[in-house]
Design a protein around this ligand. Structure first.
Ligand code: COA
Length: 162
């Protein structure tokens, strides 16, 4: 598979909304309005993967000086601070028919590369317990339970230092 990864632009709104709605049940999927804000504030921290022009996944998150990833950040893209030291990950999605081929991994690696180029201290994400070993493979370290209870689930915070 010949995967191309590029930064998002505001015109990608429908495309990313579609990927999100395909990857998450309606109660959990971030709505179009949320992506509109995210693309407005931080399209430079929003990468989309394509297979021969077909959008197949994305990774996104803003930058902050805060050491902790909170639910408030997911809900308010305007908190993006371009000069912050920590790159956050809010979403990582691969379209179902493209999973288990390394697309998610390629997106994580591209995000790490971008953060390194921008001289960030590192990257912070939150995930459910079953994804901890997956992110650990890329160098993320589990810091224990997050204060988030998004969707009533238990979340863990993980961080990679660059
Ligand atoms: C989580 C998610 C983004 C992973 O995307 P993906 O593109 O399938 O990720 P990868 O292909 O990099 O890795 C998935 C698995 O396939 C394996 N894999 C990677 N390349 C492979 C290959 N060429 N052949 C076989 N397996 C491969 C990986 O080792 C990994 O296995 P593991 O889960 O046992 O560690 C995707 O499942 C998704 O969109 N899920 C719904 C949304 C979601 O839950 N997002 C995460 C929120 S924390």
């Amino acid at each position: 598979m010949d995967i191309l990864i590029r930064k998002a632009i505001t015109a990608d709104l429908d495309l990313v909304t579609h990927i999100e709605a395909t990857c998450f049940p309606p109660a959990e999927a971030a709505p179009r309005e949320a992506f509109k804000e995210r693309l407005k504030y931080y399209s430079g921290h929003f990468l989309i993967a394509f297979d021969e022009g077909t959008p197949i996944g994305f990774i996104d998150g803003f930058v902050s000086d805060d050491e902790i990833l909170t639910d408030e950040m997911f809900a308010d893209a305007s908190l993006h601070n371009p000069n912050g030291v920590w790159q956050m990950i809010f979403g990582l999605n691969t379209m179902p028919e493209y999973r288990n081929c390394g697309v998610g991994g390629r997106l994580i690696e591209a995000f790490v590369e971008l953060a390194r180029k921008e001289k960030r201290k590192g990257i912070i994400l939150t995930c459910k317990e079953e994804k901890i070993p997956y992110y650990a493979k890329f160098g993320f370290v589990n810091e224990g339970e997050s204060e988030s209870n998004h969707g009533g689930a238990k979340w863990y915070q993980m961080r990679i230092r660059l």
